[in-house]
Ligand binder design. Structure first.
Ligand code: CMC
Length: 430
């Protein structure tokens, strides 16, 4: 017999709810009939105890520090696969064989260019526009150009929209950067790998030959792999919620980008680097830590803590390794901010404030240092994150559309406002 959870309340009233079991991880109580059976809703701001969907894409065990894409540990994928291989896995559920991989890479590469008119969108932005502001607008605008992939009920349209998004995001992110720099946009070079092509569109100019450094390409590829998906985080939930109304995939991904921009989510690597710059020197760490512990200061140790990981973020370990490799390759082994980050990490990991709250470094603690070494400006970090996460967003969106249990997302509330009252004419109001 299937397991049930019993809720009792009031004067001996009780209702039973089915307990659902996943393939791994905590069971969930299926409360879909809660309101009809009890007349009550649940209250869970921030959804800390609420499962919004079934999903077979990513699994996280925050206590153990485990992250699996489609069952494969991130540590194996990051070392053995490239980003497009991982993207195929996340989207299709299985790793590709050679023929499937070649076909997938070819299909993605055929879509790397954007409509010429889309390039003109950028002229409408100020030169100093934050790249995330441009990305929200330009990615949303894709829906004005690709009408042949907007029918969310047509599986072929969904495939083309997914490929377009994965293929065009590097082009659009690089355009946002070039526009800020006042340099010409570079067309994609499809003979290069996905990540090498992105570096070409970022760093090449029409004046000089540019060959991406393979060590740096590999580092950026790893950043993309580590950020490709992360279960039902804020931006992914935003994409799903936007998509639950039937909105087209380009609009939904634009919504995800908007959510990712916040400093508590994708903006954290930018904020972590800015924090290191502000601290400036190892001697200032104790003073900074004291301010973090002071609840009235509003100061947080950026790049530390995670809603789900209550142990070392497995992505942070891999990113730390990449940090060493990149700095060694570029002759920056004594990088000031990296040394500062290491000292800060050591002190925080020994401090009872952080230990007792299970606050460990997350991926963003190191990814900013790597990206800075690669020559990526700070304000583009979140754009790189968006590029990578587009794979997860579109796979999660597609999973939602294909799910027969999918409904429009519509949370309820605990109303605390005024009860019913009558409008008093203006002249009689206090
Ligand atoms: N620095 C100082 N104190 C912290 C921090 C931090 N970075 N993170 C959490 N705390 C404290 C918090 O003040 C609270 O203390 P108390 O119990 O005394 O009130 C306790 O730890 C629990 O924190 P919380 O705010 O309830 O935790 P949360 O799950 O709501 O927040 C978080 C998670 C990531 C928003 C938060 O840890 C944070 O703001 N970290 C800094 C920003 C950051 O690095 N974000 C990147 C997340 S990883 C990238 C991604 O996956 O998107």
């Amino acid at each position: 017999m299937s397991e049930k959870a019993t809720l009792t309340w009031g004067n001996g009233r009780a209702a039973e709810f089915p307990v659902l079991k996943g393939s791994v991880g905590p069971d969930v109580i299926d409360i879909r009939t809660l309101y009809s059976e009890t007349g009550m809703f649940t209250y869970d701001p921030g959804y800390t105890s609420t499962g919004s969907t079934k999903s077979a894409i990513t699994y996280i065990d925050g206590d153990q520090g485990i992250l699996l894409y489609r069952g494969y540990p991130i540590e194996e994928l990051a070392v053995q696969c490239d980003f497009l291989e991982v993207a195929y896995l996340i989207k299709h559920g299985e790793l590709p064989n050679q023929a499937q991989y070649d076909d997938w890479v070819m299909r993605v590469k055929r879509h790397t260019m954007v409509h010429e008119q889309l390039a003109r969108f950028f002229q409408g932005f100020r030169r100093d526009a934050h790249p995330m502001a441009s990305l929200v607008g330009v990615v949303g605008a894709l829906s004005a150009f690709y009408h042949d992939s907007l029918d969310i009920n047509d599986p072929e349209h969904r495939v083309i929209a997914a490929i377009r998004l994965i293929a065009k995001l590097p082009t659009i992110v690089a355009m946002a950067y070039k526009y800020n720099m006042g340099q010409p946009f570079m067309y994609p070079r499809n003979e290069l790998s996905y990540t090498a092509n992105f570096m070409h569109m970022m760093f090449a100019t029409p004046c000089e030959k540019y060959e991406p450094n393979p060590v740096l390409v590999r580092a950026l590829d790893r950043i993309l792999i580590l950020h490709a998906d992360h279960e039902q985080n804020a931006s992914t939930s935003t994409v799903r919620l936007a998509g639950s109304s039937g909105a087209n995939p380009f609009a939904c991904i634009a919504a995800g980008i908007a959510c990712l921009w916040g400093p508590a989510h994708g903006g954290a690597n930018e904020a972590a680097l800015a924090m290191l710059e502000r601290i400036g020197d190892v001697s200032k760490i104790p003073d900074f830590i004291a301010r973090v512990k002071d609840k009235n200061s509003g100061v947080k140790l950026m790049g530390f803590g995670h809603r789900v990981y209550k142990h070392y973020d497995p992505r942070a370990k891999l990113m730390r390794e990449t940090c060493y490799e990149v700095l060694a390759e570029l002759g920056l082994a004594n990088d000031r901010l990296f040394k500062l980050a290491m000292a800060l990490e050591k002190i925080a990991l020994e401090d009872d404030y952080f230990v007792s709250r299970k606050l460990y470094p997350n991926v963003d603690f190191y990814s900013g240092i790597v990206q800075r070494a690669l020559g990526i400006p700070t304000n583009l970090f979140t754009g790189i994150f968006a590029l990578a996460r587009t794979v997860g967003w579109i796979a999660q969106w597609n999973e939602m559309i294909s799910d027969p249990e999918q409904k429009i997302g519509r949370p309820r509330q605990l109303y605390t406002g005024a009860t019913r009252r009558d409008v008093v004419p203006m002249g009689k109001r206090a």
